[in-house]
Design a protein around this ligand. Sequence first.
Ligand code: PMP
Ligand code: GLN
Length: 381
Amino acid sequence: LVTRMRGFGTTIFAEMSALALAHDAINLGQGFPDSPGPQAVLDAAIAAIAAGRNQYPPGRGIPQLREAIAAHEQYWYGLDYDPETEVLVTAGATEALAASILALVEPGDEVLAFEPFYDAYAADVALAQGALVPVRLDAPSFALDEARLKDAVTERSRVLILNSPHNPTGHVFSRAELEAIARVAKEHDLLVITDEVYEHLAFDGREHIPFATLPGMRERTVTISSAGKTFSTTGWKVGWACAQRELIDAVTTTKQFLTYVNAGPFQEGAAVGLTLPAHEFAAIRDGLQAQRDLLVPALRDAGFEVSPVEGGYFAVADAAPLGVTDAAAFCRELPERVGVAAVPMSAFYADASGVASLVRFAFCKRPEVLVAAANRLRNAT
Ligand code: PMP
Ligand code: GLN
């Protein structure tokens, strides 16, 4: 069928997870943790179901979660959002992204996104009949190239999509980089959709700086996050968006007709998670950082060149030293040949020229699983 989704087939995550299953491979492709999140978070959802809170919750999300989201923004970042009018609960960050892009992008509008980008951005922009304008970040640092961003802006630019900590590169945008982006947003009157699902996973003492905290940016920014990554509950699909009222109203209007409302008991779990003491968030981050420190040296041992990983779930490895020129083909055969699944970075590029040997590995797995994967990779390369 000819549709506006032409060119978007099965997502790379579904394809590689299916291959991992078929060959009983260790799945370092799709980013989901393999150990449970905080017990209090899980217990709250179980208790909600047992207590019979199983009917439609309010469209904007249960008050308890909206209040927890607002309190979390205030506690961690000093940002004030009114839980009644400036917070919207969604089906994961995925729905928050879709509803925001559909609400804010008119047909023909240009949407700037740093490339490589999470695959949903391009799909959502296509649904909105906008035009995605990729702005390349170069390996191995994947730092902002300000001149390139300025060059990409036109009079049709409407929205800029930001993601920090960044999937797939692991880059955490610095204050200087964010300030440069803010200058461009202000000068060209752009709306900014910022995807901060890895907000609690900045490593080595780095600070996650929400874009909305930059001077003048709160009014033009929709901040999106999710309980999935922070609390290891990716299957719950509880996400949210925070923004000034006019923007949230537009996103809410769209969201109503995507899912109407989202699973109530999981919202109760997420609300408990967001109000956990700070040391629990630090422990989650430290666990992920230790997992990074297992996988990255193992990939280097196996012959890959690995980019620095500053945050998130993923490491980018260049397989060129192993003689690989086509990472997509390499990743398709890896589950059967080596017993490990990964994702080719080409999935995150509009045009993958120059990056065809890059592979993304997820390290959000138990240490023993990472050690087993490392052994398989070392023995095979
Ligand atoms: N944005 C980014 C950058 C992601 O990595 C993901 C996937 N985890 C999402 C959005 C989607 O999040 P959710 O599962 O909450 O829909
Ligand atoms: N965000 C996760 C990843 O990047 C999962 C994506 C998905 O399954 N759509 O791997």
